[in-house]
Ligand binder design. Structure first.
Ligand SMILES: [Zn+2]
Length: 272
């Protein structure tokens, strides 16, 4: 990291912007859960339980396990899939004594203006408005994920671990929802207003200053280094998988092919 920083300083590029982003990210962004939920049936089923759905010990308070669930976010919902429930509840449990963020299960009805904006090999991407927070988000529907596979769970975990480690270099990962028609799972992600770096550079190459191009490169190197430090290779690293949120954030995305750095892909091709 020090080497990178001194290289960056030598290039005489201002990193003022990235400092201001750190400050913004440091401001804890706790979004309170809306439990008056749309899904009364799920609530009723959950309230029949006498044990914590996370640790399986009897509730310490009425319908509530204080040990696992300081903020009462664990009970009262289900994604319909044990692996997805466990994945989200792990993040809530991990954040129980802190102000750190955790993932949320959000019923699909909490989104409006859902429009398809992209399609890839393994997913379709939609833009949508998240009604409870009034923000535009991206919903990434994982093809054929009705029965959540180990491959998709791997993508979710890597994206979450990377985002949790250093939010500046990753698209925010808010939680999960499910397409009610196909029952495929969808990741709720930060919306990247400016699209991917490939299209940004090809449309504006001459208008973007070299100092800014170098700044994006610096952020990418830093982000990729963080990913490697976590023990992962991206394995599909190209400018189409790098998203520009705004002039202060260029993020690595799409961890669908990523995996542990000590495991080679079967075709022996590793990019990033
Ligand atoms: Zn518990």
């Amino acid at each position: 990291m020090h080497k990178l920083k001194s290289l960056f300083n030598k290039l005489n590029v201002s990193n003022k912007d990235s400092n201001s982003i750190n400050a913004t990210i440091a401001k804890t962004d706790v979004i309170t859960e809306n439990h008056q939920s749309s899904n009364k049936q799920e609530l009723n089923e959950a309230s029949l339980n006498k044990n914590c759905s996370y640790c399986n010990k009897p509730f310490t308070e009425e319908l509530w396990c204080k040990e696992c669930d300081h903020r009462r976010k664990i009970e009262g919902w289900t994604s319909g899939n044990n692996d997805v429930d466990k994945f989200i509840k792990d993040t809530i449990y991990d954040a129980r004594n802190t102000y750190k963020e955790s993932l949320k299960w959000v019923p699909f009805g909490r989104f409006k203006d859902v429009k398809q904006i992209g399609v890839g090999g393994f997913a379709k991407v939609y833009s949508a408005t998240w009604i409870d927070h009034g923000i535009k988000v991206a919903l990434k529907r994982l093809n054929g994920s009705k029965n959540m596979s180990a491959v998709y769970l791997n993508e979710l975990k890597i994206h979450w671990n990377f985002y949790k480690e250093d939010g500046m270099f990753s698209l925010k990962f808010y939680g999960m929802t499910k397409d009610p028609e196909t029952e495929e799972f969808m990741m709720i992600l930060q919306f990247a207003d400016e699209g991917n770096l490939r299209s940004v550079l090809s449309h504006n190459f001459k208008n973007i200053l070299w100092k800014d191009k170098i700044k994006y490169l610096y952020w990418l190197i830093y982000g990729l280094k963080n990913l490697h430090d976590l023990g992962y290779f991206h394995k599909d690293f190209h400018s189409g998988n790098i998203l520009r949120v705004d002039e202060h954030q260029t993020s690595i995305s799409d961890f669908g092919l990523s995996g542990p750095s000590n495991k080679q892909k079967s075709d022996d091709k590793i990019c990033g």
